[in-house]
Ligand binder design. Structure first.
Ligand code: ACM
Ligand code: ZN
Length: 751
């Protein structure tokens, strides 16, 4: 009897593996009987002074979350948290072991960074209620990171954040076992780092006279001066703060593009045929770039880099290189002279010359450059690391040329994208869920095992056009950053979305404890719209985390809510509202306006598939009855770069048609132009088409939406062919003149 009772007690005290909610998932976790309780009398034992900062981090965390601190001593034999690190060795991986037994906790790193990472796992064994007693289960954990580069980027130029938030952001990296902070310091809209030799960079370039309101192209301008900068002292303080957390700060000084702020401060940096310049107040890509023909440009940038390298001990210096229009260089006598003298082919090779010249200088100071993947164009600088952002192609090409790469593809890790399909806040567009971020695999399958070694890791980019305050930054990074941490740390065979999801629910509680703002899009209702079986409309399938709450729906108003049990077939214009309740609280509602017309649900074929970057949900996107939900480039629209589109819709039977309405997007700053014209043809056999009508003007532009309506004499037809003309090249005088334009379509109505 007694023995059974004892056994019962023992079992009750063994935490199950499910109770260990550590993210990123460790390589190995063994749960043992018993536990250890951290009390005010627990001692942190630190032998090496290098581990002192790790002890401080624990104390700061305990103080902030649980309201007390521990004593730190050189040794303790019971009731201890012991931190110890091995002597540095070249094959060290920043691995750690974490052992908890009834006497205490022992964390042993193969480096000081390893010990610090071990502490992060210990922190995640603490309870997620502030008032709870700090009981932690006895465990033995062995762990090591998969990638050596685990990064987060932050743009402080489009919007600026106080030093206190930069530190908090660095703490977030630390809590996720990340080790690189990519600090994007210069832009068209502001220069944010003090350079003593060129004070106007900040006194002039650090401020703009207004900021657009709302989503580009905006509904107006604030007319309010905006700006600021970080002093060198503040930057050094941040470098130290990060180093105490085993995080390297990589500064980014953009060149040759994204430099309007620098040119405004020192107009002689631009091509002589250009200007005047201003610190930009809107978003996009601007023609004003450093003149590549003047040696004084390079002298200036070398001086800037000298001061930057003195602040930032990082081996890596990011020098940008992305989105640099060649417009000014094409007509600049000095740039053209440089092209001739250096025997360069064109302006792309001039950009390559620019980057290589800067690389040579930076290499001479013992540092390595990182550049965005455009630095591949016109020839890669010999020692450069490529940051692949326009998908993975740049990363693949660079690794195949035996260059190190850091993957930051827009498809998975642009945390400026929306993570919800709701109009809950303005973002740049896109749609990247936490699950999509989690699904990211940094090593492209195109690479051989030998080439794969050049993939150092990955990073999420956080561009802040639409993040004007810290709470919005937190909202955009959480919980996707948590998902990314597991992508970067955990071995691929240990990654499992369903398992991650369970741990994520605990992580939500940690965010609450931290007071962090985070997206609850995880609870979003998901809607799938498919052709109805008879193709006379659509079938709407709703999905939600039903094991965590209750999914109901309402038709044309919320008077009557019904529990959702099976897909809805919709054949006339209808508003469907899905509602998800968790703990009897509404956590998400989704409104789908189904604009059913003669084309909805019908067979549709396209002459050319959309861009791989903007595939929407394929051809059916255009006849799913949904006119773009958010006016953004989300999956409800399909995109074409530079090419036209011809869509043929089979109405099933011959019937009278009166007009065709094409719903497109309009966003000149990102090269998205409305259709140049639309031609409509009819056919009864699908072979011989007769013209029905043409429209060469946009009938309606509202914000980022553009509508082209083609009206014609009523005609009887079964097949409707809609030819949509792309503007093809950005017109002279517009941002990015000469570049290919994007054509984005989200719906074709036939009435
Ligand atoms: C970038 O997103 N322009 C690197
Ligand atoms: Zn020039």
């Amino acid at each position: 009897m007694k023995r059974f009772f004892f056994l019962f007690l023992l079992l009750a005290q063994v935490a199950s593996a499910q109770d260990i909610n550590i993210i990123p998932k460790p390589a190995s976790v063994q749960v043992k009987p018993g536990n250890f309780t951290i009390t005010r009398n627990t001692t942190i034992a630190v032998k090496d002074k290098e581990d002192q900062s790790t002890a401080n981090f624990l104390n700061d965390y305990l103080q902030q979350v649980y309201g007390f601190k521990l004593n730190v001593k050189k040794r303790a034999s019971k009731n201890y948290i012991r931190l110890s690190s091995s002597k540095p060795s070249i094959d060290a991986k920043d691995a750690y072991s974490l052992d908890v037994n009834k006497d205490g906790v022992t964390i042993t790193g193969d480096t000081y960074a390893g010990t610090f990472h071990g502490l992060q796992s210990l922190i995640q064994l603490l309870p997620v209620e502030k008032s709870a007693s700090l009981v932690i289960p006895a465990v033995a954990i062995q762990d090591a990171p998969r990638f050596s580069y685990r990064g987060m980027h932050l743009d402080v130029a489009r919007h600026m954040f106080p030093v206190s938030f930069i530190k908090k952001y660095i703490d977030y990296l630390a809590l996720h076992k990340m080790n690189y902070f990519h600090w994007h310091l210069t832009e068209d809209q502001g220069w944010r780092i003090e350079i003593k030799k060129y004070p106007k960079l900040t006194s002039v370039g650090g401020y703009r006279d207004g900021t657009i309101i709302g989503r580009y192209p905006g509904t107006g301008n604030t007319g309010k001066r905006y700006g600021g900068y970080y002093t060198q002292e503040e930057a050094k303080e941040i470098v130290k703060y990060a180093a105490d957390r085993h995080i390297t700060v990589i500064p980014e000084i953009e060149m040759p593009g994204h430099s309007s702020a620098a040119l405004t401060a020192y107009p002689w940096l631009g091509c002589p045929n250009t200007g005047p310049y201003k610190v930009e107040q809107t978003w996009g890509i601007f023609d004003d770039v450093y003149c590549a023909g003047k040696d004084s440009t390079f002298m200036f940038l070398q001086d800037v880099m000298d001061e930057v390298m003195a602040i930032f001990p990082s081996k890596y210096m990011h020098i940008g290189g992305d989105e640099s229009p060649k417009t000014n260089w094409k007509t600049c006598p000095l740039c053209q002279k440089r092209i001739k003298e250096e025997g360069l082919e064109d302006e792309h090779e001039l950009q390559s010359y620019f980057i290589q010249r800067m690389e040579k200088y930076i290499n001479s100071k013992g540092r390595t450059i990182i550049g965005w993947d455009e630095i591949l164009e016109g020839g890669l600088a010999p020692n450069a690391i490529v940051m692949s952002w326009r998908g993975e192609a740049g990363g693949i090409a660079a690794a195949q040329q035996n260059h190190y790469v850091i993957m930051t593809p827009g498809t998975h890790v642009y945390f400026d994208h929306s993570q919800s399909q709701r109009e809950d806040s303005v973002t740049i567009g896109g749609f990247t869920t936490v699950q999509k971020a989690y699904s990211y695999e940094p090593v492209p399958k195109e690479l051989t095992p030998e080439q794969a070694k050049y993939v150092l890791g990955a990073q999420a980019n956080v561009w802040t056009e639409y993040m004007s305050n810290p709470a919005k930054v937190e909202y955009q990074i959480f919980p996707r950053m948590t998902a990314l941490s597991e992508v970067l740390w955990t071995a691929p065979e240990k990654k499992d979305w369903n398992d991650f999801e369970k741990r994520l629910l605990t992580q939500f509680k940690r965010y609450d404890m931290w007071g962090a703002n985070y997206s609850k899009a995880y609870y979003d209702i998901d809607a799938e719209v498919l052709p109805s079986p008879d193709k006379q409309g659509v079938t709407v399938k709703l999905d939600a985390k039903k094991d965590l709450g209750k999914l109901v729906y309402a038709i044309n108003g919320t008077q009557t809510e019904r529990e959702y049990t099976s897909p809805l077939v919709i054949k006339e214009p209808t508003q469907v509202i899905g509602l998800f309740y968790k703990d009897d609280k509404l956590v998400d509602s989704l409104t789908l306006k189904l604009n059913i017309n003669k084309a909805t649900g019908k067979e549709i074929t396209l002459n050319e598939q959309p861009s791989e970057y903007f595939p929407g949900e394929g051809a059916f996107t255009l006849v799913n009855g949904i006119v773009n939900r958010r006016g953004g480039r989300d999956q409800q629209s399909i995109g074409y770069s530079g090419s036209d589109l011809e869509a043929t819709i089979d109405l099933g039977t011959a019937q009278q048609v009166n007009n065709v309405v094409v719903h497109a997007l309009n966003s000149g700053g990102t090269y998205v132009y409305p259709p140049k014209g639309v031609e409509v043809y009819g056919s009864t056999d699908g072979e011989n088409f007769q013209p029905l009508g043409t429209a060469n003007t946009v009938s309606e532009v509202a914000g980022s939406k553009a509508i082209v309506k083609v009206e014609f004499a009523p005609a009887t037809t079964r097949f409707v062919k809609v030819a949509v003309k792309n503007t093809q090249t950005v017109p002279e005088g517009k941002q990015g003149a000469g570049e290919k334009t994007w054509l984005f379509l989200d719906e074709i109505e036939v009435n």
